[in-house]
Design a protein around this ligand. Sequence first.
Ligand code: NAD
Length: 490
Amino acid sequence: MFASLNQKKRNIMTKITVAKGDGIGPEIMDATLEIILAAGAKIEIEEIQVGEKVYLAGNTAGIAPEAWDIIRRNKIFLKAPITTPQGGGYKSLNVTTRKFLGLYSNVRPCMSLHPFIKTKHPTMDIVIIRENEEDLYAGIEHQQTDEVVQCLKLISRPGCEKIVRYAFEYAKQQNRKKVTCFTKDNIMKQTDGLFHQVFDEIAKEYPEIENEHWIIDIGAAKMADTPEAFDVIVMPNLYGDVLSDVAAQITGSVGLAGSANIGEECSMFEAIHGSAPRRAGQNLANPSGLLQGAVMMLNHIGQTDVAEKVQNAWLKTLEEGTHTYDIFKEGTSKQKVGTKEFAKAVIANLGKKPTILKAVSFANSKSLNLPKYKRKAAAKKELVGVDVFVHWAGSDSNELAAKIKAIEKNNIKLSMITNRGIKVWPDGFKETFCTDHWRCRFKPTDGAEINKSHIIDLLKSALDQNIDAIKTENLYAFDGKAAFSLGQGQ
Ligand code: NAD
């Protein structure tokens, strides 16, 4: 009988992977677990080692293969911050985890807790939804010439569809009124252009939710100045990385924010701050950021009642003025406490609600169930030209054009040369600064066609003429529409 009771108990438990991390990690994780267990979280904990010790033991990923097995089996991962050792060669565990596990959506609620946490934006309540897998974070970088290095920005339709749909579904579930998209598609018409286009397509499916798009620079300025004008903001990876920290900071403290990294199978929950090594081992750190991550985890695993209880007790504790050193302010705060005492104060408040701050209700905050991405029918793809990139240390673009024209073949002619994107031939400006990295665009003329053998002929010809061709990019039209950028000034 006892065996079957134990079995029943195990069945209602959700097994989660926990990594206590480095620096202040173990202290804030202990405090967080103590609070959520006291609130009745039905979780079974399986602990793994990640971070500094693992890195320094020679594992450049900061995580052992056995730990991956545990994370993948349990699917839910609560992670304290880790220290990435100084010096080259160590891979960011966060980036690797997000990408290996397909954690495409990074969700960061940033809400002011005025008047208890000092902020210039007392009514701010925004959620940043950041694409988490692609963009410049593909980490594909190359040095191509003495003077030029490149990083490939990859944006995919599935990546855009998944994150934009997540943002709208999140807004719908959380009864939020507006989703804003930030991109820089006035400059990056293909990559950010696709993100914006997908945003417009998906927004149409949610007529009840207001939608808008801002160019990132002015959007970011507006967000830093008037965050009350925004609700949910969705954006590509790099912008989201930067702006989610800005948003958290202007609520009054980055130390109070948590984040969820959601995938189709697995999810990871964490604080947004680092391991604060100087504060480690002194019972000083604020566990609130990780606790916020844990609250999102409890919602995700369907324990919304426990999440709600923890969140309201936490708000009550802040409201009472029981504050760790990082948020302690003479006048507003009543009592400066350490990590353990803060956890005890939250536990003592379980079951209570804040009276000045708004109490939360998480009845509708379960994990979102999004449809799987469906690949669209392939478009008609037509090769219409090629960009040959050349390493050349000269400075006169007319001289380079004369050299490059000598490799023309099969009626495929040089149509333009750019340097760092700006057209320098024909009709360049002598004032334009040029590096040793030149893009030579070839296109067929006089009704001629271009195929891949023609590109090989061009490259062979370049080799014969001692021209250092460093890479090519094929120019395509999809369904008759040119799908590449023009030269700036073209
Ligand atoms: P940090 O976030 O650790 O610290 C920034 C400042 O905030 C420090 O003054 C610190 O004392 C304070 N602080 C941060 N969290 C606090 C808390 N919970 N309570 C009280 N004060 C807190 O950033 P850093 O100093 O740039 O980085 C330290 C280490 O953390 C680095 O090794 C970095 O690689 C790592 N890091 C890890 C993560 C992660 O694992 N998710 C994220 C960021 C940084």
